[in-house]
Design a protein around this ligand. Structure first.
Ligand code: FAD
Ligand code: NA7
Length: 486
């Protein structure tokens, strides 16, 4: 008998979440089609399959970060006895961008081959709802087509916002453009102090440009305050300029081609202007619901995101959402991937396992990286009360920093724990080298109920920086100095 629907599953969006869900679903015999389409940015940047992470997010960002770490390493190498003439070593922006783009293109290619091998049908087109089971899209030849699906997973992700001020879209770029930007960015104003803004400012600085970060209120909203301020201090020490409590009010192109940015300091009410070569908006992201015609399917939204329950189901039972498009969940690739995969298993393999969104570890890829898992100190105090929290902390000196005399001023870590019993750990925070690598393992430990007792009974790996977690002996409450003697 002919199946009632053309497909068992149609996935809207071929990014981290959508592809994971589609590929998992075919493993269980589902007939799956995935639609993915990228609208060009105002300056015309566009890219292939794979979504934000691969094309304009995690991957190119990590490569730029690595380029900066290598630049630093070259200078350190001299202190370690390498005969390199570090004076003449300069980054080549165009060459770097080309290498980054070549890698991305190869990932796009591998993704397409993988989809073909796995028999996930892929159409490079924008999908929208006609009704709750029918999706409309345009073929390559420009014809409109409709197809029906038993289940629909919306995984359309988000795109950077632009401020509503004169010149914003005309003269500004975003993280969607910077990783393929052919022009050297030069003096760059980064507007926004979330992790995307800070990471972009840091790799621009590392590559020899002069970035300025315009901060509306605080840096890294949502992260631990003390750690966030340390990140900002570390960036300042490296020569990144911060303009505090300010918002841009207009961008104009000057006759010499430079950009004049007018701004307002909201604390002093003083207006001012500065000249830059590039303006990069990093003021957060908007969910891509506008082109989905969600009303036709009756799917409920909040702000520009889709509201789902603990099973990722929307208010329309057979329509689900995963990844960045979900309202109120962490916007991270591994979150999108795991929730997409688990959803496919529940839909097509009889699984009942739900996605656990708690204690998701994350890293800010600044030159000293900041990684954390679990609660910030503020969150712990708010949920448990200050008297029920013990914070263990310490500054530390990475062994490899001594010879090149790198600043250790911001190498710091802390564990936020319960005050009683074995002192269950609620949050771990680390600012230093390879923070993501350090925290990943501890994230599994924290999810398994790690206590301070266990942590201090763990023998460290010497000499590493991660071992500092096994040596945390000073509590904030004790008032003792957390700086090491040597
Ligand atoms: P996306 O990956 O955005 O994929 C959605 C896809 O759907 C896109 O291709 C989109 O064009 C397409 N689409 C939209 N509408 C439609 C439609 N109607 N029809 C068809 N297709 C459509 N996360 C980390 O975990 N670690 C990091 O280090 C990290 N760094 C980041 C750095 C930057 C600069 C940015 C911007 C993000 C970063 N992220 C990072 C976040 C991560 O990229 C996202 O959380 C992740 O990509 C979300 O996956 P998704 O599947 O929800 O959406
Ligand atoms: P975030 O984390 O939402 O950060 C956005 C930053 O931009 C933040 O510092 C905001 O300041 C600032 N902002 C927002 N709107 C404006 C305007 N209009 N003018 C100036 N500054 C502004 O976004 P990211 O892109 O860094 O990260 C994306 C997601 O990844 C994020 O949602 C996290 O969940 C993870 P504010 O603190 O609001 O004053």
């Amino acid at each position: 008998t002919k199946p009632k629907y053309d497909y068992d599953l149609v996935v809207l969006g071929g990014g981290s979440g959508g592809l994971a869900c589609a590929k998992e679903a075919v493993e269980y015999g589902a007939r799956v089609l995935c639609l993915d389409y990228v609208k060009p940015t105002p300056v015309g940047t566009t890219w292939g399959i794979g979504g934000t992470c691969v094309n304009v997010g995690c991957i190119p960002k990590k490569l730029m970060h690595q380029a900066c770490l290598l630049g630093e390493a070259v200078h350190e190498a001299v202190a370690y006895g390498w005969n390199v003439n570090a004076q003449n070593i300069k980054p080549d922006w165009k060459k770097l961008i080309k290498s980054v783009q070549n890698h991305i293109k190869s990932v796009n290619w591998v993704t397409r081959v993988d989809l073909r091998d796995k028999k996930v049908e892929y159409v490079n087109s924008m999908g929208s709802f006609v009704d709750a089971h029918t999706i409309d899209y345009k073929t390559k030849q420009g014809e409109r087509r409709q197809l029906t699906a038993e289940h629909v997973v919306v995984a359309v992700g988000g795109r950077p916002r632009y401020p509503s001020i004169p010149g914003a879209t005309q003269f500004g770029i975003t993280s969607d453009d910077i990783f393929s930007y052919e022009k050297e960015p030069g003096r760059t104003l980064v507007v926004g102090a979330g992790y995307v803004g800070l990471e972009c400012a840091c790799f621009l600085k590392g590559l020899g440009y002069e970035p300025t970060v315009m901060v509306r209120s605080i840096v890294l909203r949502g992260f631990d305050r003390q750690m966030s301020e340390l990140v900002a201090a570390m960036m300042s020490e490296r020569g990144i300029r911060f303009v505090d409590t300010s918002i841009p009010t207009a961008v104009e192109r000057m006759p010499n081609g430079c950009l004049l940015v007018k701004h307002l300091n909201t604390a002093t009410e003083q207006e001012g202007s500065d000249v830059y070569d590039t303006v990069l908006w990093a003021i957060g992201r908007k969910g891509l619901i506008d082109d989905l015609n969600l009303q036709a399917a009756g799917v409920a939204t909040k702000n520009d995101k889709i509201v789902v329950d603990h099973t990722e189901a929307t208010n329309v039972p057979h329509i689900y959402a995963v990844g960045d498009i979900i309202y109120g969940r962490p916007e991270l690739t591994p979150v999108a991937i795991l929730s997409g995969r688990l959803l496919a298993r529940r839909l097509f393999a009889g699984s009942t396992q739900l996605m656990d969104y708690t204690d998701v570890a994350t890293t800010v890829f600044t030159p000293l990286e900041y990684a954390c898992v679990g609660m910030s100190e503020e969150m712990a105090i708010e949920s448990r009360g200050a008297e029920n929290i013990e914070v263990f902390h310490g500054y530390y000196k990475p062994t490899e920093f001594f010879i090149p005399q790198k600043s250790v001023r911001h190498c710091y870590l802390k564990a936020v724990a319960e005050v009683t019993g074995d002192q269950k750990i609620l949050g771990l925070h680390y600012l230093g080298p390879v923070a993501g690598e350090v925290i990943q393992g501890f994230a599994a430990a924290l999810k398994s109920g790690l206590t301070v007792k266990t942590l201090l009974n763990t023998v460290g790996i010497h000499p590493t920086t991660a071992e500092e977690f096994t040596r945390l002996s000073i509590t904030k409450r004790s008032g003792r100095d957390p700086t090491p003697a040597s």
